[in-house]
Ligand binder design. Structure first.
Ligand SMILES: NC(=O)c1ccc[n+]([C@@H]2O[C@H](COP(=O)([O-])OP(=O)(O)OC[C@H]3O[C@@H](n4cnc5c(N)ncnc54)[C@H](OP(=O)(O)O)[C@@H]3O)[C@@H](O)[C@H]2O)c1
Length: 284
């Protein structure tokens, strides 16, 4: 089977004409062209899981990606799997000094940034009575201040792009609290408050901001969550509450994020989108 893609002129056209030879048949079909070629996107916390799925989907659409996380070995493996249009920087997004290093290294490799996917590790689980002041402070740095600093430090590079976009990865917890995840329930809504305010403040500069809110997506973190639980019916109970009847796949999450970061989503600004198989039941 041989496959190639014909791009409809002009370069920013919205559809690709695809052709496959399948034995003695020729199959033609159109796919949406997300116009991501020549775009450079920074995806944080992306050696595994949701961030990696976003990087994979962006590369598939022709973008160049820069990923970061704390562990060099997993970053090397990720970049090996993503291919030549990817590079990595070691950075812990909860540390201000690491964000400055990240800015320096990204600025050395690109004159502008077309997209920023803001992601970090999750805050630890726990109920109100379990959580100490130091855990509150660490989670504040990890969940809110990482988003604040990444936005502040990368705005100059984003302003140099014609189609810049920031996408904050949060959680369904911004719409309804998740039991035993108080820190996520309390701190992630602050990211949404910042995003909605930035929509007014940096929209006039042509920079779009949006948030994506995953429900349950099958990453290592979610697998570990089920394995660590003493409740053997946890997964089945959860799935029974999801109208689509399954946990989401990382590819499904990555594809939606790539769309939101792409110029095709050029009039989506200040929005919050759930990727949860219908788990959230609220009407707003
Ligand atoms: N998966 C879901 O269904 C789901 C749903 C709602 C919300 N979320 C949230 O989405 C985020 C990602 O979840 P995931 O499922 O993709 O987790 P994951 O599979 O554990 O992957 C986490 C990734 O983030 C990196 N990372 C962790 N802490 C970091 C830090 N401080 N600085 C830089 N990189 C860091 C990890 O690499 P290193 O460890 O090497 O740094 C890894 O690449 C978490 O905040 C999680 O709470 C996930």
């Amino acid at each position: 089977m041989q496959e190639w893609t014909l791009l409809c002129a002009p370069a920013r056209s919205k559809y690709r004409l695809n052709q496959i030879f399948l034995r003695d048949h020729i199959v033609w079909w159109f796919t949406l062209d997300l116009a991501m070629k020549k775009k450079t996107i920074l995806v944080t916390a992306a050696s595994r899981g949701l961030g990696f799925s976003v990087a994979q989907s962006l590369v598939k659409e022709g973008a160049t990606v820069i990923i970061c996380s704390r562990t060099e070995k997993s970053l090397q493996e990720a970049v090996e799997s993503l291919g030549p249009s990817s590079k990595y920087v070691i950075a812990d997004v909860s540390k201000p000094e690491d964000i400055l290093t990240l800015v320096e290294q990204v600025s050395d490799s690109t004159s502008h940034l077309d997209g920023l996917f803001v992601n970090a590790g999750g805050p630890p689980p726990g109920e109100f009575s379990d959580i100490s002041d130091s855990e509150w402070r660490e989670s504040f740095e990890l969940t809110l201040m990482s988003a604040v600093r990444l936005t502040r430090e990368f705005l100059p590079l984003l302003k140099k792009s014609k189609d810049a976009s920031i996408l904050y990865s949060t959680s369904i917890s911004v719409k309804q609290p998740i039991p035993n995840l108080l820190l996520s329930n309390a701190l992630r809504p602050a990211v949404i408050g910042m995003m909605r305010t930035l929509a007014d403040e940096i929209g006039p500069d042509g920079i779009r901001v949006n948030a994506i809110c995953p429900g349950y997506i099958q990453t290592d973190r979610v697998t570990q969550l089920f394995e660590a639980s003493t409740d053997s019916s946890l997964k089945a109970n959860l799935i029974s509450q999801i109208p689509l009847g399954r946990i989401g796949s990382p590819n499904e999450f990555g594809a939606v994020c790539t769309f939101l970061l792409s110029p095709i989503a050029s009039y989506i600004h200040g929005a919050l989108l759930l990727v949860d198989g219908g788990l959230y039941r609220g009407m707003m």
